[in-house]
Design a binder for this molecule. Structure first.
Ligand code: SAM
Ligand code: SF4
Length: 461
């Protein structure tokens, strides 16, 4: 009998790539491919790439160089290995990848990976296959359902893409070019996928999209649904105890979504709402379509609906034309909001985007200095936010083994990592945990008495 074939998918960049990587593996399962964490054992290595920041393309070529060595070793053992490049760099570079790296067998764009089995069959016959069209058919409708065993291995928290692409065209961003126009999946398709994940043990689902709150997929009644409505529907799926969504745009924070935060126990009190800058001048140059006041108003509406809501954000420093005063406006916005955490980046000119051609590019050293100041402010806020949990008892979804033997790690409702001594049988349970210590990246806690009795008994511990 021939040995089962193995696929190794290496994911770079955002959560949508993690989701796509899982779905690529699911697509290949009916063709006999099993996932492996070891690229050297694989018959097929897929690099699922990201194009969002600098040197993305060069990083992909150096990664291809590393996989090439494994392919040579495999060939020496008489075992052919194929290399595929997928994701946003594949979408942007297309056939150029095969021209520069002849060792690559196929290049598949972000909207085409449902065709992987057919592309692999062609590549196996020696063809160099490139497929980066934006197809008319819906990739999601073509994909096989998530595989039960693979889902179990991937854990109790899962991403589900509900919306893809972007029509906003922020002047710094490649997403509208690499992921294409905004498209939402129908509600019924999403519900079926979430039910399937729930059956395989998933307890928490994070709905993802480049602009997730612009979601407008067809509802089960044939009428377009908002994200708020979709969340209300998914809150009724048995065994799905926690819902999250990311990434939102401030302009699409409608009243329906805001009120869902006040109504749904399953909707976790943590929202990632990128602002990019606190200066109206810079926001206009970025084509963000919202002002500082508009952003603060969205935050205030959300807090009014759910007072304990925690926020994170994305920031770009050193956008072309950003002055010291503009940057200080960003620092005061951080003070005004009070974030639980945030990501911050130096502006990186992306070829083909309007901002790359703008006057007033900020010197690298200045960008680095501003980034340091912003990150110091964010770190202070994150520490203060976490310190407020000392001695409190939280619901923690226990996800996997922690750093120490006998420990499990899970997430609080506010997305903090929580390490707790707990039997492995509690994996997948939501336990009551009392916070005993605040670390720099996670909280430490002990199972509270409220957990001990019924849950430990149910888990057979
Ligand atoms: N759609 C989301 C939004 O509107 O905020 C996020 C999309 S992007 C994948 C994630 C983050 O990468 C952005 O929020 C932005 O902060 C950062 N980013 C995108 N393009 C960038 C660039 N050219 N330079 C630096 N950071 C960038
Ligand atoms: Fe990029 Fe702006 Fe669209 Fe976000 S909203 S994906 S930053 S263009």
């Amino acid at each position: 009998m021939s040995r089962p074939r193995k696929v190794h998918v290496k994911s770079f960049g955002c959560q949508m790539n993690v989701y796509d990587s899982h779905r690529m593996a699911d697509t290949l399962a009916p063709a006999g491919y099993r996932e492996t964490a070891q690229p050297e054992d694989a018959d097929l290595v897929i690099l699922n790439t990201c194009h969002i920041r600098e040197k993305a393309v060069e990083k992909v070529y150096s990664e291809i160089g590393r996989i090439r060595a494994l392919k040579d070793q495999a060939a020496a053992q008489g075992r052919p290995m194929m290399i595929a490049v997928a994701g946003c760099v594949a979408q942007a570079e297309g056939r150029e990848i095969i021209r520069r790296a002849g060792v690559v067998d196929l290049v598949v764009g972000s909207q085409n990976y449902h065709r992987l089995p057919e592309m692999l069959a062609r590549a196996a016959k020696g063809e160099k296959v490139v497929d980066t069209d934006f197809p008319v058919e819906d990739k999601f409708a073509q994909l096989p359902a998530p595989q039960r065993e693979a889902t179990r291995r991937r854990g109790v928290s899962s991403f589900v893409t509900v919306q893809e692409g972007c029509d906003k065209f922020c002047t710094f961003c490649v997403v509208p070019y690499t992921r294409g126009a905004e498209v939402s999946r129908p509600v019924a398709q999403i519900v079926a996928e979430v039910e399937r994940l729930a059956e395989a043990g998933v307890r928490e689902v994070t709905l993802i999209g480049q602009n997730v709150n612009a979601y407008h997929g067809e509802g089960e009644d044939g009428v377009p649904s908002s994200l708020g409505k979709l969340l209300r529907r998914l809150a009724r799926v048995p065994s799905i105890d926690r819902l999250r969504y990311t990434t939102s745009h401030p302009c699409d924070m409608d009243d329906d979504l805001v009120s869902a935060h006040g109504e749904l126990d399953a909707l976790m009190p943590y929202v990632h709402l990128p602002v990019q800058s606190g200066s109206d001048r810079v926001l206009a140059a970025m084509n963000r379509k919202h002002t500082r006041a508009g952003y603060l108003e969205a935050i205030a509406r959300l807090r009014a609906a759910r007072p304990d809501l925690a926020f994170s954000s994305d920031f770009i420093v050193g956008f072309p034309g950003e002055t010291e005063q503009d940057f200080r406006d960003t620092l005061t916005l951080v003070d005004d909001v009070g974030y639980a955490s945030a990501f911050s980046f130096m502006y990186s000119p992306r070829p083909g985007t309007p901002a790359a051609e703008m006057d007033g590019q900020v010197p690298q050293q200045e960008k680095a200095e501003r980034l340091q100041r912003l990150q110091a402010a964010i770190t202070r806020q994150q520490r203060a936010f976490n310190a407020g949990f000392a001695g409190r008892t939280l619901d923690v979804l226990l996800e996997k083994p922690g750093k120490l033997p006998g420990q499990l790690v899970g997430r609080s409702p506010y997305l903090q990592a929580v390490q707790v001594m707990a039997p492995a049988s509690l994996t997948g349970e939501i336990a009551r945990v009392t916070v005993t210590e605040i670390g720099s990246n996670s909280l430490f806690g002990a199972l509270s008495d409220e957990t001990d009795a019924p849950q430990l008994a149910a888990a057979g511990a």
